[in-house]
Design a binder for this molecule. Structure first.
Ligand code: DLZ
Length: 159
């Protein structure tokens, strides 16, 4: 398994672009809120650590991960936002709801990124249980919010 070997918070911090003037939109799902808040904290701190101004980081919440796509679109369509980071936690249940949500979000935010030509980052933690989610939100596998913010920064430096 990939994450058994990888701390999600590890990223190459060399040659990152100057993001001091960039504006970020965080879209955070409220399902599993304690965990998504931790992802959001990781993303926020990573952006600030690399030079983003706190006043240029806008946090918006959506009810659940399924709504991340539309939340991302609302932000991406604004000329005031340079990159969008979607954060959610989908935990497997007795039914296939998790499959439907995860596929919809993956396809949805890909489409938003392509439509608006902006980084729209997939910061969705998809796990079998809550412990695995915590392991990826400040636990033994790092914090996927950090990884998502690093991906946004790297994409802003794409050339
Ligand atoms: C309905 C639902 C379920 C069962 N599980 C999750 C979950 O694990 N994580 C999550 O972010 N959202 C979940 N939701 C809510 C859906 O994402 C969505 O908000 C509702 O279906 C309303 O469209």
């Amino acid at each position: 398994m990939a994450t058994a070997l990888k701390n999600l918070s590890d990223y190459n911090s060399e040659n990152l672009p100057d993001i001091s003037g960039k504006r970020f939109g965080l879209v955070v799902a409220e399902w599993n809120k304690a965990i998504t808040d931790t992802l959001c904290k990781g993303a926020y701190e990573t952006l600030v650590k690399h030079g983003a101004k706190p006043e240029n980081i806008h946090r918006n919440t959506v009810p659940g991960s399924f709504e991340l796509t539309l939340g991302a679109q609302f932000l991406a369509q604004s000329a005031d936002i340079d990159a969008v980071i979607c954060l959610g936690v989908v935990i497997k249940g007795e039914t296939k709801h998790d499959d439907y949500i995860c596929h919809a979000v993956a396809n949805g935010i890909t489409n938003v990124a392509l439509k608006y030509n902006k980084p729209v980052i997939f910061g969705l933690v998809t796990t079998n249980d809550e412990q695995q989610a915590w392991d990826r939100a400040g636990g033994k596998h790092g914090n996927k919010g950090v990884e998502a913010a690093a991906a946004a920064i790297q994409m802003l430096g794409f050339n």
